[in-house]
Design a protein around this ligand. Sequence first.
Ligand code: F6P
Length: 356
Amino acid sequence: MRIGMLTSGGDCQSLNATMRGVGKALFNLFDDLEIFGFEDGYHGLIYSEYHKLERSDFSGILNIGGTILGTSRTPFKQIREADENGLDKVEAMKHTYRQLRLDCLVVLGGNGSLKTANLLSQEGLNVIGCPKTIDNDLWGTDMTFGFHSAVNIATEAIDCIHTTAASHSRVFIVEIMGHKVGLMTLYAGLAGGADIILIPEIPYHIDAVCNKISERYKRGSKFSIIAVAEGAISYEDSKLTKKDYKKKLVDRKYPSVSYELAAKVFDKTGIEVRVTVPGHTQRGGSPVPYDRVLATRFGVEAAKLIQKKEFGNMVALKGNDVIKIPLKDIAGKLKTVEPDSQIIKEAKLLGISFGD
Ligand code: F6P
C-alpha cells in the first residue's frame, strides 16, 4: 500500500494530529505500507517534492501546531492555468501520483483545497479528504478541525480586552478571522461575552450598533465589547454589487473593517474606541483537546476508508459520528451562519446586538 499525504491552504492547529491519526491507523492496518508526504501542499505534488514518512514521524506530534509537511495556498482558479514555465499543473500532479505508484492521496484542506481534491478524484486519482479550517465553513460537516482551537484564542483575546475596556470605559472592537463566514466570531463572541457581534451573514446598521453602546452607557455599563468578523459588512455596503464592494475595499483608507467601524462609532458616540486584531495568533499554538480528539477520529476514519477502498470521499462529523461524504457533493459549497438559526435567537434573547 502506497499513500501520499499533503496539507494545503492556511494552516491550523490540528493538522499534525490528523496526519498522526491517519498514519498510526494505516501502520496498524497494513503490513506493507509506504507513506509519502508532499511538501508545502499541492506545490509538492505538482513539482514532485516529497519525502517518505516513517512510523516514527507520526509520534510526538499530537499537540504540535502547524504542519510537519508545510503548506501553501494554490488557489483553485489557478490550478488549471499553466505555471510560468508552461507546466500543466493537473497533469503534473497526476504524473507524480503515478510515478510514485500511489494507491491513494490524502488531502487535509479547506474549501479551495478540497475543490482541487475533487478535481483530482474526477481525473481518476484515488483521493480522501479531511476537513481542515479554523473558519468551520465547509459544507457537509458539522465541524472542521482547527475551529475550536482558534475560537479558544479569539475568546482569550476578548477576555483580556474585557478588563482593560471596563477600567477605561472604552469601546473595544476585537476583529476575528473567518474569511467570509461568521462562525468563529459568533462562537468567540458568545464565549467571551461580547455585547455586539457583527458577522457577514447579518449586515449591520451603524445606528443600531451605536444605539446599543449608548443604551449600555445609560445603564451604567460604560464600556462595550464588539466582536467583529473580518468579513463583516454594513447594510449599505451589502447593497453594492460585488465589483463595487471590492473596489471600495481596495480604495478605503482603513486597514480593515474594524478600523472603519471604530471611526464611525467614535463619530456618532464620542466614546473612545480601540481596535484589537489577534490575526494569525488564532491559527497558532497547540490544538485544544476537542480538536485533538476530532482530528484523531477523522484521521483514523480516513485510514479505514482507504482500507475499504472508498475513495472520492471526505470524512465529516454529523452529530457525534464520523461519516463519509462524496467530495463532489461538498466541493465549492460554503457553510454559513443562518441569520434565523436557534443560536442567533438565543444570543439575541441574551441581549446581544447583531447590528440589525
Ligand atoms: O481560512 C483560514 C484563514 O485564517 C481565514 O480565516 C483568513 O481570512 C485567511 O485564512 C488568512 O489567510 P492568510 O494566512 O493567507 O493571510
